[in-house]
Write a new protein. Structure first.
Length: 740
C-alpha cells in the first residue's frame, strides 16, 4: 500500500524508539517490543480527514490509537514544535483532539461555517503542557429530523464529507442519517402490491422528505426520477461508510407503520388508521403495529435497509408525531409491536425518540425496555421546572437544544442555560442523562452555538460563559485581539444569554415577513419580541470593525462581520416598523413615505451586504439542486423544491391556512432583493395609495406573488461580490451605532 511521508516519518520515529528500548533493556525487550499488539484501530480515516482539512500542516501530526476498554472516549495531545502527537480512542476522537489543539495552542479554528486556517503558522507550536480530555457522556448525537431539508437536501458527497469532518472535530459520535430512506420505502412497498409509479408519486421531492419520514405529509413535488433515487443511495452509502470508518454511529430512520394511500384496499382486513391533516397536508396512514401484517412490512423494511446500508445499532422513530391519531389502537401495544419488530431485525438496537411537545407518550415509555430507548430532548433549554427523570419515567436521555428553526438567519441561543443546566442535570442523584443532542433544524448556521454546545460533552465542561467566549474569540479569527474579545463578550451577554422563557431561538427578521402594519414575526411560530438588549448587541459590530486587519482575511471573520451587521440591521427594523404604523395612522403622508423609503433602503443595503459572503447567497442554496439534476426539467423540479421550502413551504393551503409561509425564512442575497423587498415595496405602495384615496389598503394575494417567485428560474450568483468589512461599515454608519 502507498505510504505517505507522514506515515513514513511516524514509523521511523517508532523504529528509533524501539532501538533505544533495545539498547537500554537488552535483547529480550526487543522481542517484547516487536511482539506488541497492533493498534486498537486504523487511524488512516483521521489522517485522510486532516489531509482534507489541513493539507499544509497534516504531516506535522502523529496520530495514535488508544484503547478505550470499558472507559469513556478520551484524547491526549503533546509534542514538540513541528511534531504534534494526538492520541484518541477512535479516529473521530483523534480529530476532536486535533481541533482542541488548534484552538487552545495554535489559536485557529475550524467553524461551521468559517475558519481561520490561513493564520496557521508554518511550524506548529508545541503545547506548553500535555492536554488530556475525556468525554463526560457516551451519547453525543447530532442532526435534527429536518436537517436534510433545511440545511440543503441536494448536497453532494464533498459537502457531506466536510459536514462529517466538522461533526467529528466537535466530538459527535452519533449522526442521524435519513438520506436514501426513500429507496428503502420504494423497495418495501413494491413487495406489498404497489407499482413503482405509485410509490414515487407518494414520496415527496427530496427537500420535503423529512416531513414525510415524520408521517406529516406526502406527495409534494413528486415524483422524483429513479436516477435521483440511485444518486441518493450512492451518497448514503458513502456517508455510512465514512461514519463507520471514523468510529461514529449512523442513526437510521426506523419503521413505525407509515403506509401509502390505499394500503387497506390492497390488503383487505389490514387495520389502517387515517392520520388526518398536518398544517394543510394530508398525513400518510398508519398501519396498526398489532396487525400481523405490520411485522411483515417492518421485516421487509429492515431487510431492504440493511441490504442497502448495512446493520445499525440506533433507529430514530416517533409514534404519532405532532398530532398523530392512535384511533382505537392502544399506544402501549403499538409501542411493543414497533420495538419487537426492531429487535427482531437488529437485536439490542436502541430506539431513538425525539423529546418534543407531547412526544414521547408515557404509555410508549412504560411499554418497552428502557435500556433499549434513548430520548434526544429538543426542549432541555426552553422551559423551567423540567424534571426529565420524572417526565420520562427513568428512560435514558440526552440534553438537547433546537436553537434554530427552519434555518433562520438569526444569531443566538440560550447558551447560559446550557452551561448551568447540563451539569446540574448530569450530576443530580439518579440522573438518567447520558448525552448531548445538537438538533438545530438547520445545521451550519451559527458556529459559536455549535462550538459551545458540543463542548459540554468534554472535560473540562465549560461553566463560565465569559471565559468561554473570550477563548472562542482568541481562536475564531486566528489570533488574540482585544476588539474580537470585546465583540464576543457583547454577543455572549446578549444573543447568547437568552433565558429559558418558552423559546429556544432568537426572534427572526421582519424583512422576511409577509407585510402587515403590526407584524411581529416572519415565521408563525417564532418569538414575537426581541429576546435580548438590541442596543447593547449592536455595539458588537463596532468592535468587530476594529479587529486587526491581519485577521480580517479569514473566512471566519468575513462570515461573522456580515452576520453581525446583518443582525444589527434586522434588529433595527423592529424599531422602524411601529413608526411606519404610527405615520399611517396619523395620515402623515410625507413621514410615511420617508419611513417606507428608509426601510427599503435598509433592505437594499442588506442585500449588498449578504452578497459579499458565500454563506449568504441564494445561488449557493439553489446550486446543489441544479447540479443534482439530469436535465433541465429535473433542474426546474429541484429548484422549485428548494425555493418553496424557504418561502411558501408548499401549496396555498399549507402556506395560508396552515401558517407555513416563511417558516424557513432566511436572509440570503437574491431572496431579499428578489422576493422580500418586492413584497414590502408593494405593501408600502398600497399604504400610500390608501392615504391618497382615503380608502382601505388594497388586499394583496401574497401567495400568488410568492408562488410566482418559486417557479421563476432567474440565475443567481454563486460567488461573493463586495468587501464584507466595508459593507458592514456602511451598515454601522447608516444606523449611527459606532460613536467616535
Amino acid at each position: 500500500m502507498f505510504e505517505n511521508a507522514a506515515t513514513k516519518g511516524v514509523r521511523s520515529r517508532r523504529r528509533i524508539a524501539a532501538m533505544l528500548v533495545c539498547g537500554w533493556l537488552g535483547a529480550w525487550s526487543c522481542g517484547a517490543f516487536a511482539a506488541a499488539p497492533p493498534p486498537a484501530f486504523d487511524t488512516s480515516p483521521a489522517r485522510a480527514a486532516l489531509q482534507r482539512l489541513l493539507p499544509r500542516a497534516q504531516t506535522q501530526f502523529e496520530l495514535v490509537a488508544l484503547e478505550r476498554g470499558q472507559g469513556a472516549d478520551r484524547f491526549e495531545v503533546h509534542g514538540t514544535p513541528g511534531h504534534i502527537v494526538v492520541a484518541g480512542t477512535s479516529p473521530a476522537v483523534i480529530l476532536t483532539g486535533v481541533e482542541t489543539y488548534l484552538e487552545r495552542v495554535a489559536h485557529v479554528g475550524i467553524g461551521w461555517p468559517g475558519d481561520s486556517l490561513s493564520r496557521l503558522p508554518a511550524a506548529l507550536p508545541a503545547p506548553a503542557a500535555p492536554i488530556a480530555s475525556r468525554a463526560v457522556v457516551p451519547d453525543r448525537y447530532a442532526l435534527n429530523d429536518t436537517d436534510d431539508g433545511y440545511s440543503n437536501a441536494y448536497l453532494d458527497w464533498p459537502a457531506w464529507e466536510h459536514k462529517i469532518d466538522l461533526l467529528a472535530l466537535h466530538g459527535i459520535d452519533e449522526v442521524f442519517m435519513p438520506v436514501g430512506t426513500e429507496e428503502v420505502y420504494r423497495r418495501t412497498f413494491r413487495d406489498f402490491g404497489y407499482s413503482d409509479a405509485q410509490i414515487r408519486a407518494w414520496i415527496p421531492a427530496t427537500a420535503h422528505q423529512p416531513w414525510w419520514l415524520l408521517q406529516n405529509m406526502s406527495g409534494f413535488g413528486a415524483p422524483v426520477s429513479p436516477q435521483q433515487y440511485a444518486r441518493r443511495v450512492a451518497l448514503a452509502q458513502k456517508i455510512v461508510a465514512r461514519l463507520h470508518a471514523l468510529g461514529m454511529a449512523p442513526v437510521f430512520p426506523g419503521y413505525f407503520g407509515t403506509v401509502p394511500d390505499g394500503f387497506a384496499a390492497k390488503h383487505p382486513g389490514a387495520d389502517v388508521v387515517p392520520q388526518g391533516m398536518w398544517v394543510g397536508f394530508k398525513r400518510p396512514d398508519w398501519l396498526d403495529p398489532r396487525d400481523p401484517l405490520y411485522a411483515k412490512v417492518a421485516a421487509d423494511f429492515y431487510r431492504q435497509q440493511q441490504a442497502l446500508f448495512g446493520d445499525g445499532t440506533m433507529y430514530k422513530m416517533d409514534l404519532l408525531h405532532e398530532g398523530g391519531h392512535a384511533g382505537k389502537v392502544p399506544v402501549a401495544d403499538a409501542a411493543r409491536g414497533v420495538m419487537d419488530a426492531l429487535q427482531a431485525a437488529h437485536p439490542d438496537a436502541r430506539w431513538v425518540m425525539l423529546g418534543w411537545q407531547h412526544n414521547p407518550l408515557p404509555a410508549v415509555l412504560d411499554a418497552v425496555d428502557h435500556e433499549h430507548l434513548l430520548i434526544v430532548d429538543g426542549l432541555s433549554d426552553r422551559y423551567d421546572g423540567l424534571d426529565r427523570e420524572k417526565d420520562w419515567h427513568g428512560v435514558p436521555y440526552t440534553f438537547g437544544s433546537i436553537p434554530n428553526f427552519g434555518g433562520h438567519s438569526t444569531l443566538g441561543a440560550n447558551a447560559g442555560v446550557w452551561l448551568k443546566r447540563f451539569t446540574a442535570w448530569r450530576d443530580k442523584p439518579g440522573s438518567k442523562l447520558r448525552g448531548i443532542a445538537w438538533m438545530p433544524e438547520a445545521s451550519g448556521i451559527d458556529p459559536a452555538a455549535f462550538a459551545l454546545f458540543t463542548a459540554l460533552a468534554w472535560e473540562p465542561v465549560p461553566h463560565d460563559e465569559a471565559a468561554w467566549f473570550k477563548a472562542y474569540a482568541d481562536s475564531r479569527y486566528g489570533g488574540i485581539d482585544a476588539h474580537a474579545e470585546a465583540a464576543w463578550r457583547i454577543l455572549g451577554e446578549t444573543a447568547y444569554a437568552m433565558p429559558s422563557n418558552g423559546d429556544s431561538e432568537p426572534q427572526d427578521s421582519l424583512f422576511g415577513a409577509r407585510p402587515e402594519q403590526d407584524v411581529s414575526t416572519a415565521a408563525s411560530w417564532s418569538p414575537r419580541v426581541m429576546r435580548y438588549d438590541a442596543g447593547h448587541f449592536e455595539q458588537a459590530i463596532c468592535e468587530l470593525l476594529q479587529v486587526a486587519p491581519a485577521l480580517r482575511g479569514t473566512s471566519a471573520y468575513r462570515h461573522d462581520v456580515v452576520d453581525v451587521a446583518r443582525q444589527t440591521l434586522a434588529n433595527r427594523a423592529r424599531l422602524l416598523m411601529p413608526q411606519i404604523k404610527a405615520a399611517y395612522d396619523a395620515k402623515d403622508t410625507a413621514r410615511l413615505h420617508a419611513l417606507d423609503t428608509a426601510w427599503l433602503d435598509d433592505m437594499a443595503l442588506l442585500d449588498r451586504l449578504l452578497a459579499s459572503d458565500p454563506d449568504f447567497l441564494l445561488g449557493n442554496w439553489l446550486a446543489p439542486a441544479q447540479a443534482a439534476a439530469t436535465d433541465d426539467a429535473e433542474a426546474a423540479q429541484f429548484e422549485y423544491d428548494q425555493r418553496t421550502l424557504i418561502t411558501t413551504w408548499g401549496g396555498r393551503q399549507g402556506a395560508d391556512e396552515g401558517g407555513l409561509h416563511d417558516y424557513a425564512n432566511r436572509e440570503l442575497s437574491g431572496l431579499v432583493s428578489g422576493l422580500y423587498a418586492p413584497r414590502w415595496r408593494r405593501f408600502f405602495a398600497s399604504l400610500e395609495q390608501s392615504l391618497a384615496t382615503r380608502k382601505p389598503p388594497a388586499k394583496i394575494d401574497w401567495y400568488a406573488m410568492e408562488h410566482a417567485w418559486t417557479v421563476s428560474r432567474t440565475k443567481q450568483p454563486t460567488a461573493p461580490q463586495g468587501d464584507p468589512w466595508q459593507l458592514a461599515s456602511d451598515v454601522a454608519q447608516r444606523l449611527g451605532v459606532c460613536k467616535p
